[in-house]
Design a protein around this ligand. Structure first.
Ligand code: NZQ
Ligand code: ZN
Length: 384
């Protein structure tokens, strides 16, 4: 296991009814003016917005609404939010939504306190923001784990790029599984697959000698797989929703990454696919993973075989055979839970788009082997 320093900035209020507890404890630290940021309106329809607005108003806060944060939030939207936060002298930002709303707010928070463009600062000068307007997150769609880290995933439309911008981590997060009851099942499943992807991409990082982070990771993966199946049989099952919500946070709160170097190559490809097609994140991952893993599993057969045995409960006569059996089991699971298995099913058919994605996605050091751009293109063509 590599050396590490671990500390955590986010207080988590977990469970049904936890929002009220959270607001009672946190309202005093929110200042006078609160930006209430949300997406396209789901939080108004399911009553979460109304409840929060009442708590804020009863506590004497002035509320500045910032609606309309879209799935795959854009850089322009984050800039619009930062301008509003500055103009209104907002003391606190409350993100109410899924990963997209939370990510957009992380950047709003940091950009509002900067006199320079945050993208240019991070990717040009390689400097990162040291402060931001404090923020909190109320999670209404789980999967990304965005509420427990400072990294935002943003689409910069002008640059045809989707990737990480580091902003502000939430000082507190509310995870109430009952808030996800109104989420369309398709999104519940694609979110849960995103969690599984985070786990797999972490697990396949280095070092690969047996370690506690990987053993915890195996437990999280088995839990995600089991509870996706439970929810598909019984969509209202709050226990399964709770487990998926906590697994989502666990996969991205750093615990599973302790002592490991991760690589997230599937994510790098999917994000750039998102930049070109605005596709759903979890669905894109579901299509890319099996094809990518067929390419790289011969380079780390032991770890892929362990994944097969411990998580998918399949085996083979050799590690190489077990590794492939595990990738087949993953592909079967994706079909079983109704996620797309081809890019065609997602409406992505243009070969030039695939070439552009391959030519512009971030190539990582490689959890198993560094891919070439041509190989990424091959993988994407196999996904058609
Ligand atoms: O906009 P509204 O009307 O709220 O509708 C949203 C949106 O259409 C809807 N929704 C959310 N909660 C709901 C609800 N509908 C009914 N009831 C509810 N309770 O769900 C739709 C999708 O929301 P979105 O926030 O886009 O989904 P998700 O949480 O999957 O976030 C995806 C974004 O997060 C990024 C992805 O790339 C993508 O941009 N990621 C962020 C990560 C991070 N910060 O750590 C890591 C991930 O790997 C990922 O890249
Ligand atoms: Zn993800």
């Amino acid at each position: 296991m590599d050396s590490f320093v671990f500390s955590y900035p986010t207080r988590v209020y977990f469970g049904e009814g936890s929002a009220e507890k959270a607001f009672k404890a946190e309202l005093g630290q929110m200042g006078r003016k609160v930006m209430l940021a949300y997406g396209g309106g789901s939080v108004k329809r399911n009553g979460v917005y109304g409840q929060i607005k009442t708590w804020l108003s009863d506590a004497g806060k002035t509320v500045v609404d910032f609606p309309g944060i879209m799935p795959n939030p854009t850089y322009a939207k984050a800039q619009e939010g930062a301008r509003l936060a500055r103009a209104e002298h907002v003391d606190f930002i409350l993100a109410v939504g899924g990963g997209s709303v939370i990510d957009c707010c992380k950047v709003i928070s940091a950009q509002a306190m900067l006199d320079e463009d945050i993208y240019e600062m991070e990717y040009g000068a390689r400097r990162f923001p040291a402060q931001g307007i404090p923020m909190g997150a109320v999670v209404t769609a789980s999967g990304t784990g965005a509420e427990m880290n400072a990294g935002a995933v943003i689409t910069h439309e002008e640059k045809r790029w989707k990737g990480a911008i580091f902003g502000t981590a939430a000082s507190f997060a509310v995870l109430d599984p009952s808030y996800t009851l109104s989420l369309p099942m398709k999104q519940v499943i694609s979110g849960a697959f995103d969690t599984l992807s985070h786990c797999m991409e972490t697990y396949l990082g280095t070092p690969r000698e047996p370690n506690l982070s990987d053993e915890m990771n195996e437990a999280v993966m088995r839990s995600v797989i089991a509870h996706i199946r439970t929810l598909l049989r019984d969509p209202q099952n709050l226990e399964a929703r709770s487990e998926l919500m906590w697994a989502s946070a666990m996969a991205e709160n750093g615990l599973l990454k302790l002592g490991k170097t991760t690589d997230f190559q599937a994510h790098q490809i999917e994000h750039q696919l998102g930049a070109y097609t605005d596709c759903n994140h979890g669905q894109g991952l579901a299509v890319i993973h099996p094809a990518l893993y067929r390419h790289i599993c011969p380079d780390a057969p032991k770890q892929f075989a362990r994944l097969a045995r411990e998580v998918w409960h399949v085996d083979g006569e050799t590690d190489e055979a077990a590794a492939l059996a595990g990738v087949d089991a993953l592909a079967r699971f994706i079909r079983e839970i109704g996620l797309p298995t081809t890019l065609g099913e997602m409406g992505i058919t243009d070969e030039r788009t695939l070439r552009a994605v391959a030519d512009t996605c971030n190539l990582t050091a490689g959890c198993c082997r560094q891919l070439t751009r041509d190989e990424v293109f091959e993988i994407l063509k196999e996904c058609r």
